[in-house]
Design a protein around this ligand. Structure first.
Ligand code: ZN
Length: 155
C-alpha cells in the first residue's frame, strides 16, 4: 500500500517538474537501467567488476560540459576505466576552481595521464547563455568567466 502511495506521489512530483516526464523516465528507470547494465557486464565478463575494482590507469583526462548530450565515455566510445572525467557547465577551466584543479592535479601527478582534453560541443547552452545579456540566477557567476573571455577577445 505504501509503495502505491509513493509511486503516485513520485509521479505527481515528476509531472510537476516537467510535463514531458513520466514515472517510466524517472529515477526508477535509472535504477533499472543500472541493474540491467550490471547484468549485461557480468554476462560478458563474470570478473568485470572484480577487475575494474583493482584500479584505474586512464591515459586521458577529459574536461567536458555537463550537458546530458555529451557524456565522455559514449562520445569517445571508451569503457569505464579508460577516461578520467571532469565536467561542468560549458567545460570551463578557471584558475580559481578548486574542483577542476584537484581533478587536474590528481590526473597529472597521480594517475599520470598522457593527455588533457578540454572538449567543447556544438549547441552548448552554457556558452549561448554567456553570450547574451540575460540573467539566469546563480549560474551567472559561473558564466562570468566566459563573458570575460568573450569581452576581451571579441574583436
Ligand atoms: Zn555545453
Amino acid at each position: 500500500m505504501n509503495n502505491t502511495k509513493n509511486l503516485n506521489n513520485d509521479k505527481q512530483a515528476v509531472n510537476t517538474a516537467d510535463n514531458k516526464l513520466t514515472l517510466s523516465t524517472g529515477y526508477r528507470s535509472l535504477l533499472k537501467g543500472n541493474r540491467d547494465w550490471v547484468t549485461k557486464q557480468l554476462e560478458g565478463d563474470p570478473e568485470y567488476f572484480t577487475n575494474l575494482a583493482k584500479g584505474q590507469s586512464p591515459e586521458v583526462l577529459w574536461i567536458g560540459c555537463s550537458d546530458s548530450r555529451v557524456p565522455a565515455n559514449e562520445v569517445t566510445n571508451t569503457k569505464p576505466g579508460e577516461v578520467f572525467v571532469h565536467r561542468n557547465i560549458a567545460n570551463v577551466c578557471v584558475h580559481s576552481d578548486m574542483n577542476m584543479l584537484s581533478v587536474l592535479d590528481y590526473a597529472v601527478n597521480v594517475l599520470k595521464v598522457k593527455h588533457v582534453i578540454v572538449a567543447g560541443h556544438y549547441g552548448c547552452g552554457g556558452v549561448a547563455a554567456a553570450l547574451t545579456n540575460k540573467q539566469f540566477g546563480l549560474i551567472d557567476n559561473w558564466l562570468r568567466n566566459i563573458k570575460d573571455v568573450y569581452r576581451l577577445h571579441s574583436n
